[in-house]
Design a protein around this ligand. Structure first.
Ligand SMILES: [Zn+2]
Length: 266
């Protein structure tokens, strides 16, 4: 039988280990050298809801951040009103979507090959529910986007064109990972396809780029048909922590990428 003395020694050994987790300067995740205070500082400028989500479950957040930091940078490159791709950026692994048995509105639509496995999985899952997903637009070259934008400017005027069409170099479609599902219409969200995608696309790595009531953040009006493939980890973090705001996550990630990279314990 152990003496009281032995229990006392045991308590002295265990208490510091347990209480260490709650201390401000202790690392939050075994793979990162980041304290709670440092993380609190980094997320300070984020909207309240997002900041609270991260600080409530910081370990899980860092788990996903670590995975994302090691993934294809194409998933997190920022392409928006103020960040562009060069005129010569053409992805090397473009394939013809029609060759993979995925429904398209035009035979020559292309995407990067890295999108196909999750796109196929998503299409099959939708099929099981009796929903047929069809792709209306996908990769667009710089030159094509230039023609499209000029057409909008000519027919609608520059101000309206900028709310609905990206300037050349600023379109996510140039990445080769972005899809407009058919029909490309404002009421797409009311269709079976639109509703199903809004609930399920994130599970397959797709993220809605221009959500409702976010024009001040994205610069674009709501586009319920426009999804960017960002991989399953990024799609999860956007949904779980960033309230579905892809633009806010990508801005945050690109601003603080170096901070997180430098603190990974490899
Ligand atoms: Zn689009």
């Amino acid at each position: 039988m152990k003496s009281n003395h032995s229990y006392l020694i045991l308590a002295f050994l265990i208490i510091p280990i347990l209480s260490g987790c709650a201390k401000g300067n202790t690392s939050l995740h075994p793979d990162f050298k980041i304290s709670k205070q440092e993380l609190t500082d980094v997320v300070r400028s984020l909207p309240d809801g997002i900041r609270n989500n991260i600080l409530k479950k910081p370990q899980c957040f860092l788990e996903f951040m670590e995975r994302i930091l090691r993934e294809d940078p194409a998933y997190t490159v920022l392409v928006d009103k103020s960040h562009s791709l060069t005129k010569t950026y053409i992805p090397k692994d473009l394939i013809n979507i029609n060759d993979y048995g995925i429904p398209v509105t035009k035979k020559n639509l292309k995407l990067r090959s890295i999108v196909i496995p999750d796109l196929k999985a998503m299409e099959e899952a939708a099929n099981l529910r009796g929903i047929k997903l069809t792709i209306g637009s996908s990769y667009r070259s710089y030159t094509y986007q230039n023609r499209l934008y000029s057409h909008y400017v000519k027919t609608e005027g520059r101000e309206k064109a900028d709310r609905e069409s990206a300037r050349p170099g600023h379109s996510q479609h140039q990445l080769g990972t972005t899809i407009d599902f058919y029909p490309i219409e404002d009421n797409f969200i009311e269709t079976k396809q639109g509703t199903w995608l809004s609930e399920n696309a994130w599970k397959y790595g797709f993220s809605l780029s221009y959500p409702p009531n976010a024009e001040t953040i994205t610069g674009y009006k709501y586009e319920p048909w426009h999804y960017r493939y960002v991989g399953r980890d990024v799609a999860y973090i956007i949904k779980r922590y960033f309230l579905g705001q892809q633009e806010i996550f990508l801005q945050f990630f690109n601003t603080h990428k170096k901070f997180f990279m430098e603190r990974i314990i490899s």
